[in-house]
Design a protein around this ligand. Sequence first.
Ligand code: FEO
Length: 163
Amino acid sequence: MKLEDKMLNALNEQINKEIFSAYLYYSMAAYFDSLNLEGFANWMKVQAKEELTHAQKLYDYIYDKGGIVELDNIDKPKKEWGSPLEAFKDAYDHELSVTQSIDKLVDLAKELNDHATQNFLQWFVNEQVEEEANTKKIVDTLQMIGESKTALFMFNGQLGSRQ
Ligand code: FEO
């Protein structure tokens, strides 16, 4: 079954959202690098690359279904935050919005009786559980760290090991 236009457009929009996510996380990486928090920056760079693999998955699926990928402008991401905690709160909120967007795609696939797309999207549904948990854990840790510079630098070292 070919993708319905509505489904195709929504999947193309999701590609844009995933690439925007990469852009936002690279912007956060640059913010952390400007503070010499290389571990935090590393975490964000790894995350940005992961977002590009999400976009690629959607791209490949559209082509497997005989659709055409259409890329749009990528919004300019924010570039400054008041603190590492503020940046990670934003990352967590952003992931919540991506989850909402994936849920809407699933709703649309259901509405259109598009079983293949519903099935394809399950990977994203599961991935979002992880994406939310990962960012939320860091928000919680930063809240515990509070004003302690020593704890912040220790945590920075820990995040530097993400590959
Ligand atoms: Fe592609 Fe972070 O969701």
